[in-house]
Design a protein around this ligand. Structure first.
Ligand code: ATP
Length: 588
């Protein structure tokens, strides 16, 4: 196929502003394309040479493009630069210079074919190492030398990432439906094929060569990311239950990074929500998958969450930002470890599960995940009760989650790849109470540590003072902010206060591993105050059945030895802080 066919089509597409006309032009182009190379044409029309999830890019910097153009046109780089300043478009400049090309050393060859353009772009993308820049320049100059001026324009725009025809993937799919699927009714099936493969080229080739029959049989493939299913949003448990037919699977909405896990034997690839390969950011997560996923082949979805390995506490999403780097991943891995919370199974050992209802997918997940400290299936309840749902929500918030994702259990609760729909409903908070001040809390209990903290405490159970009833009410579990020195000192320091049972002045619904007399006061800074079904602080004063809790608490390093437990922050002060700092969370 001559590249000029493509260049002509692009020119016409560019000159129209009417969507319908644009689609017709695209349909013509696809019909005129030999079926064997329709995948390549689909990619290059999107300015790429592979599906988006393949991280290889042509990646020609403008400077290099100018160099290649100078070589192909026999003009000086300074002349080209000058013109580029005026046009601001390397494509247009290339067209101009190639039209008035001076004698050049490169010998012109035959007319450019799409195959040759594609192969050359492919070589450019794969060139690496020290001589890569020279190789790329030579390849590009070679292409330009054989290109007609109009062809040069589009080649230049393509290699520099500036081919902006304004054709969305969905428009290509629509054009494919018309060109090869028998009409626009085929669009839905073709879109589904795209949603489960993210590969425009494979979809184009399948429908062109095998028609709709081929598309109907289109399968998910390990290695090709499935476009993520997304959730709608509601703001009350009543509405959610009603929408989901009175009953749902409610899961913790973990606050991390969504990853799609692709496992084939011992090969594991992780894709981000935007379908980028992010395996290199999470070598530890790759290892966790290898160790704890008991399936030969699988496509799973999980939330990757920053945690404190010694206490098991979840950390805020921002901590994962440290993983967004090319170098020093080993160090980041050590400083910011992660856990995986797996929430869906889309393909397991030769079986495509995307058509299965969610309860079946969830059950499959249970069978193939060997739960450990670092890999778990998402925490969930099955409920039809508003109160129970609300309490689970509060528990989720307090544990460091964003809220819940409530999922349909109906027969038709399939995996809707690439769609935001009502089969999943997220329940997040509308209000947030940020903490700006520290609080002084009484140590009333502790939990055993593990890992580096095996000989000391993993977290302390802390309480506020209720001055009306003269008791201590739990408000948070704190495991962060302690230095190694603190950790050695703590058991020693608390030893004399250990008691066999919960102290009679301590009101706690949580079972601690070790109980203390309420004596020691420490200073803590938290991220916010939330309602809680399990902490007893100011129980019922904001809402019936709920206490208040401090989220993401951190020990400031100050032992308030000068304070008696009765001098600790009171429950009513915490209520006041909660009320004073209510902020509406902007819709997200
Ligand atoms: P948000 O910013 O609220 O996460 P979003 O547009 O990224 O929005 P939504 O589909 O609206 O995504 O919300 C679901 C998101 O919540 C998923 O993308 C996923 O990253 C995350 N998540 C955490 N836990 C779960 C879970 N148990 N089930 C599904 N998604 C979960």
């Amino acid at each position: 196929m001559k590249y000029t066919v493509i260049a002509d089509a692009y020119e016409k597409i560019e000159s129209t502003t009417k969507r319908l006309e644009m689609t017709d032009l695209l349909v013509d182009l696809l019909r005129n394309t030999p079926k064997e190379i329709i995948d390549k044409v689909a990619y290059i029309t999107q300015g790429r040479i592979y599906p988006e999830f393949v991280s290889l890019e042509i990646g020609i910097a403008e400077k290099l493009a100018v160099k290649a153009l100078a070589r192909a046109s026999g003009r000086k780089e300074t002349e080209i630069d000058e013109d580029l300043k005026k046009t601001g478009d390397i494509g247009e400049t290339a067209q101009k210079f190639m039209a008035s090309k001076r004698q050049v050393t490169l010998v012109p060859q035959q007319a450019l074919t799409v195959e040759r353009v594609y192969e050359t772009l492919d070589k450019m993308a794969k060139a690496s190492g020290s001589g890569a820049v020279d190789v790329k320049t030579a390849l590009l100059a070679g292409l330009l030398a054989d290109a007609a001026p109009k062809e040069a324009k589009y080649i230049m725009r393509t290699v520099t990432g500036n081919l902006r025809l304004g054709i969305a993937d969905m428009t290509v799919l629509y054009a494919l439906a018309i060109a090869y699927g028998g009409g626009k009714e085929a669009r839905e099936l073709i879109e589904r094929a795209y949603n489960i493969s993210s590969d425009l080229g494979r979809v184009a080739k399948t429908v062109a060569e095998k028609g709709l029959k081929g598309i109907e049989k289109f399968q998910v493939l390990v290695g090709e990311p499935i476009r993520p299913m997304l959730a709608e949003r509601l703001s009350s448990p009543e509405e959610i239950l009603e929408k989901l037919g009175g009953k749902c699977i409610a899961e913790y909405k973990y606050d991390g990074e969504r990853i799609q896990i692709h496992k084939k034997d011992y090969e594991v690839v992780l894709f981000s929500r935007r379908l980028e390969d992010i395996s290199s950011q999470y070598p530890d997560a790759v290892k966790l998958v290898k160790d704890y996923v008991k399936a030969k082949d699988a496509i799973l979805e999980a939330e990757c969450v920053a945690i404190d390995v010694d206490t098991g506490e979840m950390k805020p999403f921002q901590e994962l930002m440290h993983r967004r780097r090319k170098y020093g991943i080993e160090k980041a891995m050590e400083e910011y470890p992660v856990s995986l919370f797996v929430f869906d199974a889309l393909y397991v050992d030769d079986k495509d599960l995307t058509f299965e209802p969610y309860p079946i997918r969830r059950e499959t997940l249970g069978k193939i995940i060997e739960e450990s400290d670092r890999v778990k299936t998402a925490k969930y309840i099955i409920t039809s009760d508003v109160k129970e749902l609300e309490n689970f929500f509060l528990e989720a918030i307090e544990d460091g989650c964003e809220g819940l994702v409530c999922k349909s259990m109906a027969e038709d609760s399939v995996y809707q790849a690439g769609a935001r729909g009502w089969l999943w409903i997220k329940y997040k908070r509308d209000y947030k109470s940020e903490m700006t001040d520290t609080v002084d809390l009484v140590v009333v209990g502790a939990f055993h540590g593990r890992g580096k903290r095996a000989r000391t405490y993993g977290a302390l159970l802390l309480a506020a003072y209720n001055s009306e009833n003269d008791i201590f009410e739990t408000v948070t579990k704190c495991g962060t902010g302690f230095t190694d020195e603190d950790l050695v000192k703590l058991p020693e320091m608390m030893k004399k206060h250990v008691i066999q049972h919960k102290h009679s002045r301590v009101n706690s619904m949580i079972e601690a591993d070790v109980w203390f007399e309420p004596v020691v006061v420490i200073e803590v800074l938290g991220a916010e105050i939330t309602l809680s079904p399990i902490h007893t602080c100011a129980m019922g004063s904001i809402r019936k059945g709920s206490g208040l809790a401090i989220r993401f608490p951190r020990f400031t390093g100050r032992y308030r030895i000068e304070k008696a437990p009765e001098d600790a922050t009171t429950a009513s002060e915490i209520v006041e802080m909660y009320n004073n700092q209510l902020k509406k969370i902007s819709e997200s």
